[in-house]
Design a protein around this ligand. Structure first.
Ligand SMILES: Nc1ncnc2c1ncn2[C@@H]1O[C@H](COP(=O)(O)OP(=O)(O)OP(=O)(O)O)[C@@H](O)[C@H]1O
Length: 233
């Protein structure tokens, strides 16, 4: 589903050159739930941004569901992103002036041929899936952190993406809410077959996924199936 080949990312500012990623080769098969761990600054978010076509590598190629991305124009990248990828961030990235329902509908505003009533129906279905049907008219500031993250997940899945990229989705939540969010992601993976790549600092959350890749200083240092989950199969 996602193939990264020989990825390198160098950030060049006035006098400083930072090598954020080097020699990254990673294949994420369709339907896998992969977690990525590593110390602060090792390149995890950069990697996720490159996978999500939000950033371009300095070298290497990215393949998403059969599309090899080398020199696509912004418009084409936006199209693939909008059709195939849902994003979930640590700090939710909700629009505070919009209701829960309107936040969830947002990604569909950029799709052609979907009427307003269809958008609303799909948003309600997505909110139902994350257990937030009773909060459609609330605003983000009236919700708990866990509820806000559930809205963000509903927004990520309204376009029925094949891939969800989650950057520390439980990072701002206490352990109970973190578990709730993790269970929603696990369901999306196991029941709907959504491919998920999750960056996390939480070893417990990573151990619930199928495979764990560790990074250090921009490079993969380990890549292993999660043993506990292998035994469950
Ligand atoms: N826009 C940028 N300009 C210059 N350097 C950057 C930029 N973004 C990231 N970096 C550098 O690239 C390296 C990797 O950053 P990245 O945010 O990917 O790390 P991370 O592993 O996600 O860290 P954290 O766990 O703290 O979020 C860091 O050294 C960072 O300072």
């Amino acid at each position: 589903m996602i193939t990264l080949s020989n990825i390198e990312k160098v950030y060049q500012t006035k006098s400083i050159e930072t090598v954020a990623l080097q020699h990254v080769n990673l294949l994420v098969p369709k339907g896998e739930f992969l977690s990525i761990m590593g110390p602060s600054g090792c390149g995890k978010s950069t990697l996720l941004n490159i996978m999500g076509l939000l950033d371009v590598p300095t070298q290497g190629t990215v393949e998403i569901d059969g599309h090899t991305i080398t020199s696509y124009k912004d418009k084409e990248l936006a199209h693939i992103r909008n059709e195939k990828i849902g994003f979930v961030f640590q700090s939710y990235h909700l629009v505070n002036d919009l209701s829960v329902l309107d936040n969830v509908e947002l990604p569909l505003l950029y799709r052609n041929g979907i009427s307003a009533s269809e958008r609303t129906r799909l948003a309600k279905t997505a909110l139902e899936k994350v257990g937030l049907s009773a909060r459609t008219k609330h605003y983000p500031t009236q919700l708990s952190g866990g509820q806000r993250q559930r809205v963000a997940i509903a927004r990520a899945l309204i376009g029925q993406p094949q891939i969800i990229l989650a950057d520390e989705p439980t990072g701002n939540l206490d352990s109970v809410m973190g578990e709730e969010i993790m269970n929603i992601l696990l369901d999306l993976n196991r029941v709907d077959g959504t491919t998920i790549v999750m960056v996390t600092h939480d070893e417990n959350m990573a151990q619930k996924t199928e495979r764990l890749v560790r990074f250090f200083d921009g490079q993969q240092v380990s890549d292993a199936k999660v043993f506990a989950n292998l035994q469950q199969v």
